[in-house]
Design a protein around this ligand. Structure first.
Ligand code: FMN
Length: 214
């Protein structure tokens, strides 16, 4: 009798705990990305450049969604993406640092998963302007996903895989009139600590995105 009464209460407790956990994780559903339009490719290539002055204006969620899809979103029913990766390992994760916290881009679910609620943009690079842009993308190679790739090859492959993603972001920014610069000057141990990364998660590069300073 007691067990029969306890069981629904226990199930309710589990349900509430699950809801609380999902809320605490803070997932942001992204609007469906735009997968057509933009400037012609050759025009975007002609306008691609690095910028180091940014407006503090935030990027609207649809723009963020479009940019992340262009960067490394899923573009085929096979689950493959807008950028290639060696052996299709897809080991590069895109973290998004904003004033509201740090998020991990989940291309499959088209959502951002909150990792931290602190603003860590100032840690995303050693140059003073890194905190000025509303968005800092941090490209992290998750070596656990690289599987049986030979150890000596992993760094080359992850560097190349990151480069494709960064160039997608450059071309998206050129197409949309946004400012961006990819950066290697990062205090990696300090940033990895702030991001609470595992030892087999390696920071490759970071890239700022925002509106150009007027
Ligand atoms: C791998 C890599 C690392 C870079 N690191 C930095 C950096 O730490 N800081 C910076 O201001 N620019 C950095 N840049 C941007 C280059 O300085 C920039 O691409 C170069 O000056 C050419 O300018 P452009 O991109 O406008 O053609 C980096 C670019 C690449 C490809």
């Amino acid at each position: 009798m007691k067990a029969r009464v306890l069981r629904p209460a226990f199930l309710l407790f589990i349900l509430l705990a699950a809801c609380a956990a999902a809320y605490a994780q803070g997932q942001i559903k992204l609007p469906p990305p735009r997968t057509e339009g933009g400037k012609p490719l050759l025009q975007a290539l002609n306008e691609r450049k690095s910028a180091r002055e940014f407006s503090s204006e935030k990027l609207p969620l649809p723009v963020l969604s479009n940019m992340l899809w262009a960067a490394f979103g899923i573009n085929r029913s096979t689950g493959q993406r807008t950028a290639p990766s060696a052996s299709n390992k897809q080991e590069i994760d895109i973290y998004v640092a904003t004033a509201d916290g740090l998020y991990l881009y989940d291309g499959k679910a088209n959502q951002l998963q909150q990792i931290l609620s602190e603003d860590i943009r100032a840690l995303c690079g050693t140059q003073p302007y890194v905190k000025d842009a509303p968005v800092n993308l941090i490209y992290v190679a998750d070596l656990a996903k690289a599987g049986r790739t030979k150890t000596e090859d992993i760094e080359f492959y992850s560097g190349a895989n990151t480069g494709f993603i960064a160039q997608n972001v450059y071309l998206f920014c050129a197409s949309e009139g946004l400012a961006t610069v990819v950066r290697a000057s990062i205090d990696r141990p300090a940033l990895a600590k702030a991001m609470k990364l595992r030892p087999d998660q390696k920071i490759a590069l970071a890239q700022m995105v925002g509106y150009p300073k007027k």
